[in-house]
Design a binder for this molecule. Structure first.
Ligand code: IFM
Length: 440
């Protein structure tokens, strides 16, 4: 038995394990000819990002990618879920491509294949080129076409060697977190902007899938994030508020992408703010997909509240918390693996992100992360035993990295990064995982 409670042998023989990262969080975006992004603008605005940190240098993965791929291979992992930066490929968002950016992703994919890793591409993990944000960003319907063009340019170059691809990481974060809550770039708090972004993200997803199919790519999916919504009390008001929260967070994108409909209970609040003729876009959003990826971290307690729709407040309950202040609630992962099947109808599911932040150093035992992974692997195994077609489990993240508005202090990595020296040092969870994966 390794430090993890499970080994590869506990899972079906074709089950895949992986790690995930994203471009802006690790690459070092000030280098290699990448264009400015709306995250650079957001961070340059006082109060938005802890210590006004940015992804300018991050983990310097742009120059250290070989060492990072070696770490993934040496852990015995199967999949590397990475993202490409739109602004690295097209510094202005449109127009002339950055040859150095395309070369980088070309080398990176070849580097994965040379190490026996399956490249799992995400085309957008939140670094919108600033010139496109100037034009309204996700509020502008034209973004679906801009995104399709970017997809075509990048995938014409690397699509032939990609194992799987998904257009947009965590559409809820792109739409709701960034335009309604205002916690991520562009930091808006505006329901009309939110409704448009929530729709155009789906439209861009659909257009990108069309482009990739046209290029002959297969194994195409969607990666959505889910949060287990629990009522703060059993009152009818809190239960109804929880249902609204669940609809916005967990059912809006699933409904659109897999059934071609938005949930009625969310349209109650958003319909008045949607772009004209949005109904005509639903067939484009609802493309045939090959799999669904679920990003899952935590639960939330929801209460009803005064004020305009959705008239709710969010609370933290009594379960142990991670460094993010997120409750550790593996039951929620089991819930969504089961629930998602109402939409996916037998398609393969992947846990495309799961993991925890801990204020750890490489010299600490890292027991909290090992325990977190154990609890969620148990939930995954329970779902598999019940017949859920779960085919893989991908940990967030390989490296400590830029945790968006929270800067560099929240450490999600299996590998510790010293942000002064940029030295990588595997943590105990990395070693535990390597031992577990070696046992077949
Ligand atoms: O770091 C993020 C990642 O970019 C998207 N999913 C959640 C992670 C942890 O917050």
């Amino acid at each position: 038995m390794s430090g993890l409670g499970y080994t590869r042998a506990d899972f079906p023989s074709d089950f895949l394990f992986g790690v995930a990262t994203s471009a802006y969080q690790i690459e070092g975006h000030a280098q290699g000819g990448a264009g400015r992004t709306h995250w650079d603008d957001f961070a340059a605005t006082p109060g938005n990002v802890v210590r006004a940190e940015t992804g300018a240098r991050a983990c310097d993965h742009l120059n250290r990618w070989e060492e990072d791929l070696d770490l993934i291979r040496d852990a015995g992992l199967d999949i590397y879920r990475f993202s490409s930066s739109w602004a690295r490929v097209l510094p202005e968002g449109r127009g002339t491509a950055n040859a150095a950016g395309l070369d980088f992703y070309d080398r990176l994919v070849d580097g994965m294949l040379a190490r026996g890793l399956k490249p799992a591409l995400t085309l957008y993990h939140w670094e919108l080129p600033s010139p496109l944000n100037d034009l309204g960003g996700w509020r502008n319907r034209d973004i679906a076409g801009w995104f399709a063009d970017y997809t075509e340019i990048l995938c014409s170059r690397i699509g032939d060697r990609i194992w799987s691809a998904a257009p947009i990481n965590e559409p809820w974060c792109v739409g709701w977190l960034s335009h309604f809550i205002g916690a991520h770039a562009p930091g808006l708090r505006d329901i009309r902007a939110t409704a448009r972004a929530m729709h155009h993200v789906g439209l861009a997803h659909g257009r990108a899938i069309e482009v990739m199919r046209g290029l002959g790519m297969g194994n195409l999916g969607a990666v959505c994030n889910f949060e287990y919504a629990l009522p703060r009390t059993q009152s009818a008001e809190d239960m109804a508020a929880t249902r609204r929260y669940d609809g916005i967070y967990n059912r809006w994108f699933l409904g659109a992408m897999f059934k071609g409909v938005y949930p009625e209970d969310v349209l109650e609040g958003l319909a008045a703010h949607m772009p004209d003729h949005w109904q005509q876009d639903m067939p484009t959003i609802c493309q045939k997909l090959d799999w669904l990826g679920l990003n899952y971290y935590t639960c939330k307690r929801i209460a009803s509240a005064q004020g305009p729709w959705p008239s709710l407040s969010e609370h933290i309950g009594d379960l142990p918390q991670t460094q993010m202040g997120w409750e550790i609630c593996p039951e929620g992962l089991h819930h969504f693996l089961t629930f998602a099947q109402d939409y996916t109808d037998g398609l393969p599911l992947y846990v495309t992100e799961n993991g925890m932040a801990n204020p750890d150093s490489p010299d600490l035992p890292d027991q909290a992360r090992i325990s977190y992974l154990n609890q969620h692997l148990a939930a995954a195994l329970r779902a598999i035993d019940e017949g859920v077609p779960l085919k893989g489990y991908i940990i967030w993240s390989l490296l400590d990295n830029f945790e968006w508005a929270l800067g560099y202090e929240k450490r999600f990595g299996l590998v510790h990064v010293d942000f002064n020296s940029l030295q990588r040092r595997p943590k105990a969870s990395y070693h535990a995982l390597r031992e577990a994966l070696a046992q077949t």
